[in-house]
Design a protein around this ligand. Structure first.
Ligand SMILES: Cc1cc2nc3c(=O)[nH]c(=O)nc-3n(C[C@H](O)[C@H](O)[C@H](O)COP(=O)(O)O)c2cc1C
Length: 145
């Protein structure tokens, strides 16, 4: 279980969820084990057990984490110490640059995971308005994980 890729999405209106399941299909087609979760499915205890993580999240409100990831973010952001040295991860952020805080949810989660010692294996992809580039980014991520 812990060795499988966890594809974890935060969504407000469904785009990131749909994308997460498209990425699941791509991943399975490549013969890599994976499972899709919502951000709030991931407790801090669970996070410490995961070794491969892809976060796919949109931003809502004024730069906020979507509702199905608020508990995850509250827990993660309140931590100053957590041993995430075994965790390899990447963040695929959806947003819209007409908003002031472009892709902020992806940014703050990415920065916090890094601060807690997790290993970012690929720079964050930020998608503006649509999901262009996300499958190419995912393929690259899968080649590195
Ligand atoms: C009410 C609302 C607020 C939004 N706020 C932001 C924002 O602050 N920053 C940003 O980059 N995108 C913002 N967006 C754009 C969404 O993140 C983007 O459309 C995304 O693709 C939606 O994905 P989802 O359907 O998974 O929630 C907002 C969209 C809506 C509808």
């Amino acid at each position: 279980m812990s060795g499988i890729l966890h594809i974890v999405y935060g969504t407000q209106t469904g785009t990131a969820e749909e994308l997460a399941f498209d990425i699941e299909k791509l991943t399975k087609d490549k013969g890599v084990s994976c499972q899709v979760f919502e951000l709030d499915d991931i407790s801090m205890d669970k996070l410490q057990e995961i070794s491969k993580l892809m976060i796919v999240t949109s931003t809502t409100g004024d730069g906020e984490v979507p509702d199905n990831g608020l508990t995850f973010w509250e827990n993660l952001s309140s931590l100053t110490k957590l041993n995430l040295s075994n965790l390899k991860y990447g963040v695929l952020a959806l947003g819209d640059s007409s908003h002031y805080d472009f892709c902020n949810a992806g940014k703050i989660i990415d920065d916090k995971l890094k601060e807690l010692g997790a290993n970012r294996i690929l720079d964050r992809q930020e998608c503006d308005f649509d999901t262009e580039g996300s499958m190419e980014w995912s393929e690259k991520f899968l080649s590195l994980i």
